[in-house]
Design a protein around this ligand. Sequence first.
Ligand SMILES: *Cc1c(COP(=O)(O)O)cnc(C)c1O
Length: 241
Amino acid sequence: MPMQSQHETPAAARLSALRGRIEAAARARPVELLAVSKTQPAEAVAALAACGQRAFGENYVREAAAKIEDLRPLGLRWHLIGHLQSNKAAQAAALFDCIESVDRAKLLPLLDAARAASGRGPLDILLQVNIDDEASKSGCAPADLPALAEAAARCPNLRLRGLMSIPAPVADLEIRRRSFAVLHDLFEQLREQHPQVDTLSMGMSEDFELAIAEGATRVRVGSALFGPRGAGNRESGLENR
Ligand SMILES: *Cc1c(COP(=O)(O)O)cnc(C)c1O
């Protein structure tokens, strides 16, 4: 036995506290935790991996590529959750295990062809939906979801798994709850047309319990797990970079 057990590190403590909160909110329903590691160094990811966390979310293809390469021996699962530019689609399709931010039909043939060329087998995708209709944010309009889902389902190297969304971070939790409920309705509608759909990715550090209460099957948590971004993270012994 090592002198310091894994459970004494700050990363382990935060992970087990978070898992406890997820379990309490989920009431025996399975809810996946995606650890959002954007801006965190590979060492911080490795520390959580050592505590059993397997799935990590990244926002930028270039930043993720370096970490994925560094940590390849650990066999982790990597999800892209940030906006995907068309000129990065081919690289992303080869690199990630799941792309949660597919929000327009133009990406589909690019991802499909690149995934085929990678020889990695079908790529899991989620369709990102813009629930609050904010012009500045990515995500497809709810009305466009059926057509986008049809197009995705026709791509042999893509596997449509569900929906992802980032509702507006309004202070009023009742409004957020309503957005999550609308997303759950859209998810159920999608599942009627596409029975293989099983993933509803919604909820972040501030509101994941609310999202779980409204039917999230996956929550994406960054700061509640790693500490505030860009704060140097001295608590876990890591230098700021
Ligand atoms: C950064 C980010 C998260 C995590 O946010 P926290 O508030 O740090 O938990 C989740 N989803 C997406 C799409 C993000 O960009």
